[in-house]
Design a protein around this ligand. Structure first.
Ligand SMILES: Cc1cc2nc3c(=O)[nH]c(=O)nc-3n(C[C@H](O)[C@H](O)[C@H](O)COP(=O)(O)OP(=O)(O)OC[C@H]3O[C@@H](n4cnc5c(N)ncnc54)[C@H](O)[C@@H]3O)c2cc1C
Length: 456
């Protein structure tokens, strides 16, 4: 291994290659539970496309795996180090290369942070729409590789809907450009779409051309508090039936409100057992907000017209609702999506499962997309006296996955399979589909060096 590190240093310079143990440990994991901790042989900070190519070529020559890494905010273990690997950090490739206000496109390096692109776009009255709650730290490369969703996706679509073209370094170190600069373009197979969401297993994204949308001039936020969670979920359907398209439609249950109150000193749980947070935007925002308010009030909600500052604060609290209140050891969480028509059924199923397995539940949902993040958890104190608690958590979790699939849902709405969710993939995808995916992987990466053991 010594020689690979020496060759990497030779190609990139010592300042871009680290074998320092503390740094290796930090870059060995993302935010997901760790099933099989592995230290990478080195962490390499590429500064250019040519350097990425050099790293991939050297790793290929030494049969060492390459784990691409953006900001490491992933929650599925996609960026966890695997055995005998180099972690290739793209974070230093963080330049916005072009932003064309007339074409309404931007060309970025992979390490550009989502919020930085949005700041630059805002100067032209534009925005990059996909906004994972991690937008202040996650990178466009990571967003592309996970096909990230977010709050605004209810109206503006997920990452795939905003990516026009990609520059990708393949497993042999060659560079390809896929897609087109134009909004339309249907030449050949959609390789851009294939790379989006491929979690670093088919190639390293070294550039992305993305479509920008208009920054709404007007935004209205509606907070609807409900006496229970199921009624709030029903509110989501009622808004849809009124044929109004909110930009954001987020659902928070009582457990989440209590947790936010504890962390931030807010008084949300005093106002209801569940919160539906809706934003309308654009020129029709006020009129749409009026319709939403009356629909929700008719469904039993206490609807507030938030002052701007308070509304922003509520959205901000929602973005921070992936809390750290209990040690990871004592909570398990997921990222399922169900057809919206099954939202109320699914919320009921989750509550029943929590009761059946005697565990606590909290749920936040990008409800406009039927995408739920349920967390089953137990107090640390409980687990000290209750040996079976982890088993109960995992039983509840597995049953919540089964329930989502039975309702026509998916095991991951936006976080990706990574390493953590591989155990459930066979429940969703039949063997012929999985085999086809293995063959695609083989075509792109015959030696299996790109993020092995992830995604498929
Ligand atoms: C607080 C918090 C809130 C979150 N909210 C959301 C949310 O609302 N919606 C959502 O979808 N996700 C959310 N996430 C998950 C995470 O932020 C996203 O998956 C994000 O897209 C990961 O970006 P990253 O730069 O951190 O990538 P990383 O975590 O570093 O990597 C993610 C995956 O992409 C691969 N990868 C990274 N860069 C490249 C590249 N250049 N080329 C090829 N492969 C690459 C990695 O190998 C890995 O498989 C949240 C996470 C946190 C911690």
């Amino acid at each position: 291994m010594g020689s690979l590190v020496e060759e990497l240093v030779g190609a990139l310079g010592a300042g871009k290659v680290s074998t320092e143990t503390a740094l290796l440990a930090r870059y060995a994991v993302d935010q997901a539970p760790v099933l099989d901790f592995q230290l990478p042989e080195a962490v390499v900070f590429a500064g250019s496309v040519a350097e990425v190519q050099a790293v991939v070529r050297l790793c290929a020559a030494h049969s060492v795996a390459v784990v691409a890494r953006g900001a490491g905010t992933g929650v599925s273990g996609g960026a966890h180090a695997s055995r005998n690997c180099v972690v290739l950090s793209l974070e230093r490739m963080n330049r916005i290369l072009d932003l064309n206000p007339d074409d309404e496109t931007a060309v970025v390096e992979p390490g550009v942070v989502n919020a930085a692109l949005n700041e630059a776009a805002a100067e032209h009255g534009l925005m990059y729409a996909p906004d994972p709650a991690s937008f202040r730290s996650s990178t466009i490369g990571g967003n592309v590789a996970t096909n990230a969703g977010g709050l605004r996706c209810a109206k503006y679509g997920v990452t795939r809907d905003s990516v026009l073209a990609l520059d990708v370094v393949l497993a042999d170190g060659s560079l390809i450009h896929t897609g087109h600069q134009t909004f339309k373009g249907v030449a050949g197979y959609d390789l851009t779409g294939l790379f989006v969401g491929s979690e670093g297993t088919l190639g390293i994204v070294v550039g992305a051309t993305v479509r920008l949308k208009y920054l709404p001039r007007e935004v209205h936020t509606i907070a609807a508090f409900y006496p229970d969670f199921r009624q709030a979920a029903a509110g989501v359907l009622a808004v849809g039936r009124a044929r109004v398209q909110p930009a954001i439609m987020e659902l928070l249950d009582g457990g989440t409100l209590a947790q936010l109150d504890e962390l931030h000193g807010s008084d949300l749980s005093a106002r209801g057992r569940s919160l539906l947070l809706i934003q309308t935007d654009g020129f029709g925002a006020a009129a749409e907000a009026d319709v939403v308010r009356s629909v929700l009030a008719a469904g039993g909600a206490t609807v507030t017209t938030e002052a701007t500052a308070e509304a922003e604060q509520l959205v901000e609290l929602r973005r921070n609702s992936r809390g750290v209140e209990v040690d990871d050891q004592y909570r398990v969480g997921e990222d399922v999506a169900v057809p919206r028509s099954r939202l109320v059924d699914y919320v009921s199923a989750l509550e029943d499962l929590a009761a059946e397995h005697s565990v606590n539940l909290k749920v936040v949902a990008h409800a406009g997309d039927g995408n739920l993040h349920p967390t089953f958890w137990i107090d640390r104190q409980d687990s000290a006296v209750d040996e079976g608690a982890m088993d109960r958590l995992n039983l509840a979790l597995d049953a919540s996955i089964d329930a989502a699939l039975e309702m026509g849902g998916t095991i991951t709405g936006e976080h990706g399979i990574g390493q953590y969710k591989l155990r459930w993939l066979g429940l969703e995808q039949p063997e012929p589909v999985r085999e086809l995916q293995r063959r695609i992987k083989e075509l792109f990466d015959p030696a299996g060096i790109l993020n092995p053991g992830k995604a498929i």
